[in-house]
Ligand binder design. Structure first.
Ligand SMILES: *Cc1c(COP(=O)(O)O)cnc(C)c1O
Length: 717
């Protein structure tokens, strides 16, 4: 393994007076606290930018003189002391009084397993919504002091970076994560070596080194198979997120599940509620059952005992989102494992059979559904869809009684509120609003914000977005390998005074990225309108194995560079956390038009709504609950129509023409669209109250964690 000193003190050259910067850099708390970020940024803006907004990386090579200089500046020191005090207070052991009547027995920590975590741009261990949901979830658990540990993967090659060549066919660039410069640290053993887990009973033996990410009070432990102890084939297991190779994928899931459970034991965490965020980690279930079987119980007793302490969250109705492994593969890896469960081959296969498609293979979702005491979907609508999908697992139960509950997703407010918008809210709602953001009463004060101030803040954010997009296009051009037309479609023509629609998400076909082009002539009229034009900004990656998704993207690029659309369509490359921040803060409308019922929840719209960006969205996923008639527009999908796409697109145009465009361009003498600003306020209010991660985490506690805890205690788990 290459020489890595992580886990040792990093910045020995920090001046004594600024020593705390090291602690701060090593805990992602800085990422959702603008004051902390500013401490790094104001040291040296250029270095901050070059580090990719990663203080760990920035401080590593930072000139000592500049730090010394900062150590003498009274203004810097004052801010430093403020931030350090806030950080120390945040990290103090606090009571979970915020949890109200639910008291968590700390002995039963929650272990939250997820194949991806979207936390910050410096840790590219996510592909999309599932990852950000997991990231926002653990940040909020930290805010609420929920005794939780998180388990995931360290992907040295992250998820790919997207580049659009001249032919518009997405290229996938692999960029290796520099472990030394990422905000992670090695977990060390007493002997002073990095902790390495051996995945039990799997042949050949797989080893995984353990890293830790400090997310406020929550520790996220990541497993890394790229170490010398493994043979070359095994080193690649955790290289990349969602590989298309099914066998590699199975090996990943074995490491995540079995290795993850083993890792928790090695860390001394052996009593916990197991929360499986999607089926990828479901093998974790087996390790606990195996341990119980080892005490002399049979499989049935052992699994019943463990079922109480397990929560499974399903995240998508799209079939490709559910892993199914051939029985052959399962046999290859698990033949030495199932005896330890007291099962034979057939008994083991039965655990993962989908009753309607038994020949298909071992279905991870069916497996997790069977062996979890609590199951949930991620929106009300998605619960109904899931009950329908999985009814065959409960053949004696009517569909609406199938035991799949729901907790609608939410977003971590401190992460997604734009700092300037936060300052505006500080001014009118009160400086402590962020601590109490789930109290609906405080949001009544939102109406006190003068329209002009909210509008100016929004307009400033829109300019910031367009500047950032143009800068990306310029740099791409300057690199010398981009054609003129690709550079121009990258957003060079965007105009801040134009009504700007944002559409950013994975390019999966069910998301229907091209729906708004359905009637090109009708759309063109608005793109070309001299007085009240619209422009649309797109972003998103297609999964490397998803050719139909890539084709959609290519079609979009060709539309964008068609001069007849007058440069009003932009596609911005490489959608990720940073671009998402700019987009959800700065566009005027957030467009989402998936084909129902495939959008389980969707969260980007919540991020936009929080910042006053109203939705124009098909009623599916979270929007079916979120739309209240005054906070945007909800399009009813007509599935009986002979041409559902055409009819949905027609409703989109009607809404744009009759409602959105007239309202947006209805300006007062002073240039303020008052009615629009009223809509923005209602949008912010309803999103913050209804769709925060705080509301979500509290519901997980109330509905599942506390109940599981009681059941687990009763079952003497
Ligand atoms: C929030 C987010 C997502 C998820 O958005 P959806 O609306 O669920 O598609 C995906 N990618 C990034 C970078 C995000 O920030």
């Amino acid at each position: 393994m290459e020489k890595i000193n992580i886990g040792q003190p990093l910045f020995l050259h920090l001046p004594k007076r600024l020593e705390g910067l090291e602690d701060l850099a090593e805990n992602l708390w800085w990422s959702w606290n603008p004051g902390a970020r500013m401490l790094f940024k104001t040291l040296d803006r250029q270095a901050w930018k070059e580090s990719g907004h990663n203080p760990d990386k920035m401080l590593r090579d930072f000139p000592h003189e500049l730090l010394e200089k900062a150590g003498f500046q009274p203004d810097y020191l004052r801010r430093y002391d403020e931030v350090m005090t806030a950080f120390q207070n945040y990290m103090k052991p606090r009571d979970c009084q915020m949890l109200g009547p639910v008291s968590l027995d700390k002995k039963y920590a929650v272990a939250y397993f997820s194949a991806e975590f979207g936390l910050h741009r410096s840790l590219p261990f996510y592909a999309g919504g599932l990852g950000f949901l997991a990231g926002d979830f653990i940040k909020e658990c930290s805010d609420l002091c929920v005794p939780l540990v998180a388990v995931g993967f360290m992907y040295p090659e992250g998820y790919f970076r997207q580049r659009i060549p001249d032919d518009g066919w997405q290229e996938n660039l692999i960029e290796s994560v520099n472990r030394e410069a990422a905000p992670i640290s090695k977990v060390m053993t007493k002997e002073g070596e990095q902790l390495v887990i051996k995945v039990p009973l799997i042949d050949p033996m797989i080893h995984a080194a353990v890293w830790k990410v400090a997310v406020g009070q929550v520790s996220l432990y990541l497993m890394d198979t790229d170490i010398e102890a493994n043979d070359p084939w095994n080193r690649k297991i955790s290289a990349r997120l969602y590989t298309g190779d099914l066998e590699l994928r199975l090996r990943q899931e074995i490491v995540l599940g079995l290795g993850g459970a083993q890792m928790l034991n090695a860390l001394g965490i052996d009593h916990y509620l197991l929360h499986l965020n999607e089926g990828h980690a479901a093998f974790a279930l087996l390790e606990r059952i195996r341990e119980t079987v080892a005490t002399g119980k049979d499989f049935s007793t052992a699994s019943k005992k463990n079922i109480h302490a397990t929560i499974f969250t399903t995240h998508t109705p799209v079939p490709a989102g559910h892993d199914v492994f051939s029985f052959q593969l399962i046999e290859k890896y698990f033949h030495s494992y199932w005896p330890s469960l007291g099962l034979d081959r057939d008994g083991f296969f039965q655990l993962g059979i989908h009753p309607e498609k038994p020949e298909e293979g071992f279905n991870m979702t069916a497996f997790a559904m069977r062996l979890s005491g609590c199951r949930n979907a991620v929106s009300k609508r998605h619960a109904q869809v899931s009950q329908n999908m999985w009814q065959s697992l409960w053949p004696d139960v009517p569909e609406d009684k199938v035991p799949i509950d729901y907790v609608t997703n939410g977003v971590h407010i401190p992460t997604w509120i734009e700092p300037k918008m936060k300052l505006l809210l500080d001014k009118y709602i009160g400086v402590h609003w962020l601590d109490n953001h789930d109290d609906p009463a405080i949001w009544q004060h939102l109406n006190k914000i003068p329209d002009i101030e909210l509008w100016q803040t929004h307009y400033w954010l829109k300019i910031k977005l367009i500047d950032a997009i143009r800068e990306r296009a310029r740099l791409r051009w300057a690199a010398g390998d981009a054609s003129t037309s690709i550079t121009l479609t990258g957003g060079a023509f965007l105009d801040p005074s134009v009504l700007t629609i944002g559409f950013a998400r994975r390019f999966a076909t069910y998301k229907r990225a091209l729906l708004i082009f359905k009637d090109l002539e009708r759309l063109k009229k608005h793109l070309k309108d001299r007085w009240r034009p619209i422009q649309i900004v797109f972003a998103g990656k297609a999964h490397p194995a998803d050719d139909p998704g890539k084709r959609l993207l290519q079609d979009l690029i060709n539309l964008a560079r068609n001069p007849q659309l007058e440069g009003r369509i932009a596609f911005v490359e490489d959608y990720g956390e940073q671009l998402a921040q700019y987009l959800v803060h700065g566009v005027d409308i957030w467009l989402n038009n998936p084909l129902p019922p495939f959008e389980a929840s969707g969260t980007s719209g919540m991020k936009a709504g929080l910042n006053g960006v109203p939705q124009l969205s098909i009623l599916d996923g979270w929007w079916e609950e979120g739309f209240n008639g005054n906070n945007g527009w909800g399009i009813e999908h007509d599935k009986t129509s002979p041409d559902p796409d055409g009819s949905d697109a027609g409703s989109l145009y009607d809404t744009l023409e009759q409602k959105i465009i007239p309202m947006y361009y209805n300006l007062s003498d002073k240039g303020i669209p008052h009615e629009w600003v009223g809509l923005m306020k209602e949008t912010m209010k309803s999103t913050a109250i209804g769709f925060s991660a705080r509301r979500m985490v509290r519901q997980y506690i109330e509905k599942f964690y506390s109940k599981c805890m009681e059941d687990a205690l009763k079952a003497k788990y």
